[in-house]
Ligand binder design. Sequence first.
Ligand SMILES: Cc1cc2nc3c(=O)[nH]c(=O)nc-3n(C[C@H](O)[C@H](O)[C@H](O)COP(=O)(O)O)c2cc1C
Length: 233
Amino acid sequence: MKRDEAIGALVSPPELSELSEFSEDERRTLYRIIEARRDMRHFIAGAQIADEVLGRILGAAHKAPSVGLMQPWRFVRVASAARREAIADLVSAERDATAEALGPRAGEFLKLKVEGIRECAELLVVVLAPDDGTVFGRRTMPEEMALCSVACAIQNLWLAARAENLGLGWVSMFDPAALARLLEMPTGAKPLAILCLGPVAAFYPRPMLEEEGWRQARPLADLLLQDSWGQRP
Ligand SMILES: Cc1cc2nc3c(=O)[nH]c(=O)nc-3n(C[C@H](O)[C@H](O)[C@H](O)COP(=O)(O)O)c2cc1C
């Protein structure tokens, strides 16, 4: 199979009987993958991902739910080294702007690694496609529902990557208009994520922002409400 065909190929559909019920082991595996997923910024430089593996991961992303079955995602695989370098420059500029916006925490922020663009095996840009006018489910929140659909695809991709023992890092520090120009996108297309994907030496045991003392994740109980905003279960 040629590389393009492999990347476009979906995993062969499972038998219906395989889809109806999951075993205890399968359930445990799913929760383990969710628990072990991390946002990764450190990759093994020079590593590669087999075409079938990349095809499976993109196939998982493409299985995501979407409002009105709109499928508003597009995936740009960045194969050109020059384009990758130009993307790294865009992110570097935004990282500096973020540091400035952070004021007193700028120095602390600049010590954090926020992307692995140059080292990761594959670089993907996930794009919100120009609006196709879907109304079903989007009458009151058209842009938000399209964005949520793309986020569902990215989460599928993230979990599939982890199941393949590959790291993934979501980079959102870039000027979307500049990235759209660089990748020659049509009017209305909006890049939402630069995804660094590839083998890693080790997965962080906890979110890197926690490990580095930037911020602590809150427990679910703090974010769970009942019946009204002010009430807890
Ligand atoms: C929408 C979104 C944008 C993000 N952008 C960045 C980014 O630009 N750079 C970065 O280092 N991490 C980025 N992250 C990763 C988060 O920092 C990370 O998910 C969070 O700290 C929790 O860590 P974990 O994913 O390992 O559980 C982003 C995550 C999301 C969901």
